[in-house]
Design a protein around this ligand. Structure first.
Ligand SMILES: NC(=O)c1ccc[n+]([C@@H]2O[C@H](COP(=O)([O-])OP(=O)(O)OC[C@H]3O[C@@H](n4cnc5c(N)ncnc54)[C@H](O)[C@@H]3O)[C@@H](O)[C@H]2O)c1
Length: 357
């Protein structure tokens, strides 16, 4: 039984909710917009008791994917797959294989109109397993015909966004000696942390998984609890875990100059963007800062080279700078500025019509 918030605004093209016949687990494939006929978006495992949480997550994330595509000139629409997994221990063995087969069949049924790859809680190995059921996957290793782990370019784009924000806030893109507090040492967060450590930034990191502490030590980073990290003084907070991390309570306590990270949907709601602005904290819109992975996987659909994907990812810095400058000039939030930029792109004729079957 799914309970939907009455205030939910449903602007999506198609939403499928299914209980997997093998796994017994619920999952959602939400297509916000078909774009040019193909919707792109990751597939995540969300630990939650109520499958309704997976539905809400998929609706919000697929919308963000449409905005991400339009922000970096990718002609596709936004989709997302969210699997509701029992909280606690990660799914393993036969139970994990069962849900991967269930989702693989559902992706195959869409006939290539939705293509998906890794996201929070899923790995390249999961997608190699899923590739036994569907050919419509992205981000597989080159040996399996894919463009490789999308988290690499997601991290590169995140660093480009940090540099652009540093330039905006401090007049220099140099990250050496900047104090960065990074939340979530997963596939993307660990790569951003590694990059920043190499540049001589002062890092403090946190993760709910204490197993990530060894990596922090290897990088010379300080370790903190997730709650305390949000209140640490610093130049940047880099949210790289799950969404909704900035709500009224946390945004009020931040003691950093700017927030720039890879996590999707960092703001619990748009009013948090206004709260940050009032507090003089610059927020780099997440759907631009984390678009490197999208650029990476779209290369498989659109046929551009790895070198071009890297070049386009570096352009994320320029997009962030453009949005922060527009926000400052117009006295609006970076979120409003980024949405204004997207809406201008969407108004130039991207189709909402369902593609041919
Ligand atoms: N992988 C990509 O290419 C990609 C692309 C765009 C956006 N993103 C977004 O970036 C974020 C991270 O993605 P990922 O692929 O690195 O996921 P991941 O599952 O590899 O890593 C997430 C990490 O966050 C930690 N975490 C979860 N909840 C936490 C909490 N409450 N506090 C602290 N740590 C917590 C987990 O233990 C894990 O180490 C997600 O929001 C994802 O949607 C990822």
């Amino acid at each position: 039984m799914v309970s939907i918030q009455p205030s939910l605004s449903l602007e999506h093209a198609e939403v499928r909710v299914r209980r997997g016949p093998r796994s017994g687990l619920h999952f959602v494939i939400a297509i916000h917009d078909w774009g040019d006929g193909t919707a792109l978006g990751g597939c995540r495992m969300l630990p939650c008791e109520d499958p309704g949480a997976a539905l809400l997550d998929a609706l919000a994330l697929s919308r963000a994917m449409t905005y991400k595509c339009a922000s970096v000139a990718v002609p596709h629409g936004g989709g997302k797959c969210v699997i509701a997994v029992p909280p606690g221990k990660p799914l393993a063995g036969e139970a994990r294989d069962a849900i991967l087969a269930d989702v693989g069949d559902a992706v195959e049924e869409l006939g290539g109109r939705f293509r998906t790859g890794t996201d929070a809680g899923t790995t390249v190995d999961d997608f190699l397993k899923m590739s036994e059921r569907t050919k419509y996957l992205v981000g597989l290793p080159a040996s399996a015909g894919g463009s490789g782990d999308s988290s690499e370019l997601t991290a590169d784009g995140g660093v480009a966004a940090l540099e652009a924000t540093a330039e905006h806030v401090y007049g220099s893109s140099e990250l050496r000696d900047r104090r960065v507090n990074l939340l979530g040492m997963g596939k993307v967060g660990a790569k951003i942390a590694d990059n920043l450590a190499g540049r001589g930034a002062h890092l403090t990191v946190a993760d709910i998984d204490p197993g990530k502490r060894d990596l922090a030590e290897r990088l010379g980073a300080d370790w903190s609890s997730p709650d305390e990290l949000l209140e640490l003084e610093g130049d940047f907070l880099a949210p790289c875990a799950l969404g909704g991390v900035l709500d009224e309570a946390t945004a009020t306590k931040l003691r950093c100059a700017a927030v720039v990270g890879a996590a999707n949907n960092q703001l619990a709601n748009p009013s948090i963007g206004e709260l940050l602005q009032k507090r003089g904290i610059v927020w780099a819109p997440d759907f631009i800062a984390n678009a490197g992975g999208l650029i990476s996987v779209a290369s498989e659909v659109d046929g551009y080279s790895e070198a071009e994907a890297r070049e386009r990812t570096a352009g994320i810095g320029m997009a962030i700078e453009e949005v922060l400058t527009l926000a400052e000039r117009e006295g609006i939030t970076p979120l409003s500025a980024a949405e204004r930029r997207v809406e201008a792109v969407l108004a130039t004729g991207r189709s909402q019509a369902p593609p041919a079957r």
